[in-house]
Design a protein around this ligand. Structure first.
Ligand SMILES: Nc1nc2c(ncn2[C@@H]2O[C@H](COP(=O)(O)OP(=O)(O)OP(=O)(O)O)[C@@H](O)[C@H]2O)c(=O)[nH]1
Ligand SMILES: [Mg+2]
Length: 384
């Protein structure tokens, strides 16, 4: 008599064939509308990267006041905003111009985002177009009833005056968006000081692009352990300030290796101990075992709150033979733990004894403190 395991395997083979025969009507039924918007130069670069990689299940929109930059950006839809005030030449570092440009294009943006269920907004904070327009886009998306998630990159410390503008922009985004995934460009300087600036930026853009693509494919493509739109909504619908982790590992010991890779990624080195939610998505080949997948989730979420809402999914992709990739978003991070001592523009101005966000004085203290996450990470890595 066949063992239960071999019978189950035989059925699995039959089911694989069945999956390919899904009725077209069912396939198209109620797919959520997901839109990824890139605001300003940095946001456009992320969109260009996502478009190059190819994304199924989401449309991409690039918006900018800078015509030249927009022309270089590949997206499903490109929108030149504020042409009457900037003549297509950019917002020159003034967020108020970026905001006005977006407000003038509100009708067009409303139409593009109509009935959206989930909107991702990519922005490098500190400049004019992105910092000013991203909150307007977020506001439009929220009013359409969409879950609104921003991926915001904080500027380099040497960009000085831009830090104040970025904090102001970040606070606006925090007010409007359901989740703001924060990234720190300063880490590029710390870890890739000798890379040409374009190449360094492209590392950050790649990480953001892969994470968004990971979340979208989680929802849009069938998975073995499925995460559906409602699951993502449960975590990202009130995620607050969040961080992301990305890792990849090959061959032997891939479960512990991928966790180690996630936790030691130099650009994503932040303290997520207080996280109140986690969304973990694993992609692996047919060789990925249930135990390996569970170990990855267990080790990645080991240090977060006991009551945290943890949702995980697994997708099998034949091209991932002996390879496993993990993308995780940890939500509900305390802003202060992440951004250091300055939570508001007022605090930052007080600390630096300046008024207005156009100062050029260097902050007395690093705005981004190096987190103590490393120690904790080492503890987790030791466990592996
Ligand atoms: N990761 C990443 N960050 C970028 C990139 N380009 C710029 N930045 C960062 O994002 C901040 C804002 O820059 P931009 O996006 O070029 O500014 P903008 O929104 O186009 O604003 P204006 O040009 O003033 O209209 C900068 O201060 C940089 O710190 C990029 O390609 N990738
Ligand atoms: Mg620009």
């Amino acid at each position: 008599m066949k063992s239960i395991v071999s019978k189950a395997q035989a059925y699995l083979e039959q089911e694989k064939n069945l999956r390919n025969e899904v009725d077209e009507e069912i396939k198209d039924f109620e797919l959520p509308k997901i839109v990824v918007v890139g605001c300003g130069g940095s946001g456009n670069n992320t969109i260009r990267r996502i478009s190059q990689m190819g994304i199924t299940g989401a449309t991409t929109i690039a918006i900018n006041t800078d015509k030249q930059h927009l022309l270089r950006t590949k997206a499903d839809k490109r929108v030149l905003i504020g042409r009457s005030i900037t003549r297509g030449l950019g917002a020159g570092g003034y967020p108020e111009i970026g905001r006005k440009a977006a407000e003038l294009a509100r009708n067009v943006l409303e139409e593009l985002l109509s009935n959206a269920d989930m909107v991702f907004i990519c922005v490098g904070l500190g400049g004019g177009t992105g910092t000013g327009s991203a909150p307007v886009v977020a506001d439009i998306a929220k009013k359409q009833g969409a879950i609104t998630i921003a991926f915001a990159q904080m500027p380099f410390k040497v960009e000085r005056a831009r830090i104040g503008k970025a904090i102001a922009g970040l606070n606006e985004l925090k007010e409007i968006c359901d989740t703001v995934v924060l990234l720190d460009n300063n880490k590029l300087l710390e870890y890739y000081p000798n890379l040409p600036i374009d190449a360094a930026f492209s590392v950050m853009d790649q990480l953001v692009a892969e994470t968004i693509k990971g979340i979208v494919s989680t929802i849009a493509e069938p998975s073995l352990v499925n995460i559906d739109f409602a699951d993502v909504k449960a975590i990202m619908g009130h995620g607050g300030v969040s961080v992301m982790l990305v890792g990849e590992a090959k061959a032997q010991e891939k479960a512990s290796a991928v966790v180690r890779d996630c936790l030691s990624h130099p650009l994503l080195d932040v303290d997520y101990r207080g996280a109140t939610g986690a969304l973990v998505h694993i992609t692996g080949g047919n060789d990925l075992t249930l135990k390996e997948a569970e170990d990855i989730v267990e080790n990645l979420t080991f240090s977060i709150s006991d009551n945290a809402n943890v949702i995980w999914g697994v997708r099998i992709d034949e091209e991932f033979e002996n390879l496993v990739r993990t993308v995780a978003i940890m939500t509900g991070i305390k802003h202060k733990e992440f951004v250091g001592s300055c939570e508001t523009l007022e605090e930052w101005e007080k600390e630096n004894k300046v008024k207005g966000s156009t100062n050029t004085k260097e902050p007395k203290e690093r705005v981004f403190v190096k987190s103590s996450a490393k120690e904790k990470r080492n503890t987790i890595i030791d466990r592996l």
